[in-house]
Design a binder for this molecule. Structure first.
Ligand code: FAS
Ligand code: PHB
Length: 391
């Protein structure tokens, strides 16, 4: 049987970032990941980092490549039925910005860092199970190379995403679930073509939402809203490019450079929060605790603030033998989670087409866009949420 202070379930951004911050504080953690490294790295997900997330990665010692290769953005465009409005986030938030740097690269930097510091991450750890976290002696079990292994620890960090084992190990009666499943998904395409604009474009259109994003100046990431029963195989590259162009303003549509997709996938959209986030000596972190529709670019960034709160709490516990931080983790994390859930839900409602929209609801979308066009205060509210509310 192995022993460590903190057992971290999941080697996504949450687990790897928590592991890096705990290591820096001299706290011994073991990360257990169900998949292989390559599998984790092949998942194409988030693309926009808030300043707080960038700062945390730098604090963890993994900010160098991000600093070199990340694209700092001072604004983005909102378009609605072909009209374009630039949201000047730097001007509206006294200089705050966001950084475009793919989650794949964040994860790669964190994995490389963990190897460099010689800290333990066990990949392809199957059949992970958690025991004793409601008492004082948590245990984690997993299978690898045909053997069953056991880890004794002080705490378990459930960083294992929406479909993980951590939240599933909590008795239903101990959890309150809040959820909205949206009646559509996002069809995403990654292509080695230059972006159609130097900034992101969030497009609301009667045919459906579209998003023009990027990973670098030579690699673009595009999304279009699609129906829940749609399939990737229904969409040739050409069909995707044609539909994307239909949903953009004329200038952006004209600027689209097409090319073969190197990744094409459909993601469902949901808003989800589990309360509370602490169960004795086990904590839920990141997507294990909450999901947001990616419209507001909050998913990865919310995981980062959870990690910030939990790492601070555990460092305080081991450093000062105080449980104040771990006792307050759930309350503190949920306070920021719910504000990001509101923003993501609101922006999703503004920019997407809902099948059963009444003419009144369509007018409400239009009125919201016209209000944003005419009110600096309205744009400032959107901007302060987009750059990320304070930790
Ligand atoms: P993750 O899901 O990233 O990581 C959890 C890890 O735990 C995984 O590696 C998994 O293999 C592992 N795991 C699961 N069960 C386990 C078990 N039983 N034992 C051991 N390991 C286990 N956010 C944005 O901001 N913008 C986006 O565009 C965006 N697009 C997304 C698209 C998709 C399809 C999904 C699913 C999410 C998207 N997100 C996006 C949100 C996403 O970026 C998450 O917020 C981010 O991955 C959260 O990181 P983690 O909490 O580490 O969870
Ligand atoms: C992305 O680049 O994948 C991305 C960017 C912003 C979002 C969602 C996804 O809001």
């Amino acid at each position: 049987m192995r022993r460590c202070q903190v057992a971290i379930i999941g080697a996504g951004p949450s687990g790897l970032l928590l592991g890096a911050l705990l290591h820096k504080a001299g706290i011994d953690a073991i990360i257990l990941e169900r998949q292989s490294r390559d599998y984790v790295l092949a998942r194409i997900r988030a693309g926009v980092l808030e300043q707080g997330t960038v700062g945390l990665l730098q604090q963890a010692g993994v900010g160098a490549r991000l600093q070199r290769e990340g694209l700092v953005h001072e604004g983005f465009a909102l378009t609605y039925n072909g009209q374009s409005l630039r949201i000047d986030i730097a001007d509206l938030t006294d200089g705050k910005t966001v950084t475009v740097y793919g989650q794949t690269e964040v994860t790669r930097d964190l994995m490389t860092h963990r190897d460099t510091i010689g800290a333990t991450a066990i990949y392809e750890a199957k059949e992970v199970s958690l025991e004793g976290f409601d008492g004082g002696s948590p245990r984690v079990f997993y299978s690898k190379d045909g053997l069953r292994h056991e880890i004794a620890c002080d705490f378990i960090a459930g960083c294992d995403g929406f479909h993980g084992v951590s939240r599933a190990s909590v008795p239903d009666e101990a959890l309150s679930i809040f959820e909205r499943v949206y009646p559509f998904g996002w069809l995403g395409v990654l292509a080695d073509v230059p972006p159609c604009s130097h900034e992101l474009i969030y497009a609301g259109h009667e045919r459906g939402f579209a998003l023009c994003s990027m990973r670098s100046l030579t690699r673009s990431r595009y999304y279009i809203q699609c129906s829940l029963d749609d399939r990737v195989e229904n969409w040739s590259d050409q069909a995707f490019w044609d539909e994307l162009r239909r949903r953009l303003d004329p200038e952006a549509a004209e600027a689209i450079v097409t090319g073969p997709s190197i990744e094409k996938s459909i993601a469902p959209l949901r808003s989800f929060v589990a309360e509370p986030l602490r169960f004795g000596r086990m904590f839920l972190v990141g997507d294990a605790a909450h999901i947001v529709p990616p419209t507001g670019a909050k998913g990865l960034n919310l995981a980062a603030s959870d990690v910030h709160y939990l790492s601070e709490a555990l460092i305080e516990f081991y450093g000062e033998r105080s449980s104040a931080g771990i006792d307050d983790y759930s309350r503190r994390a949920l306070a920021r989670i719910w504000k990001a859930e509101r923003f993501s839900w609101s922006l999703t409602g503004l920019l997407h087409q809902f099948d059963l929209m009444t003419p009144f609801e369509r007018r409400m979308q239009e009125a919201e866009f016209v209000y944003l066009q005419g009110s600096r205060n309205a744009r400032a509210s959107l901007a302060e949420n987009y750059v990320g509310l304070p930790f």
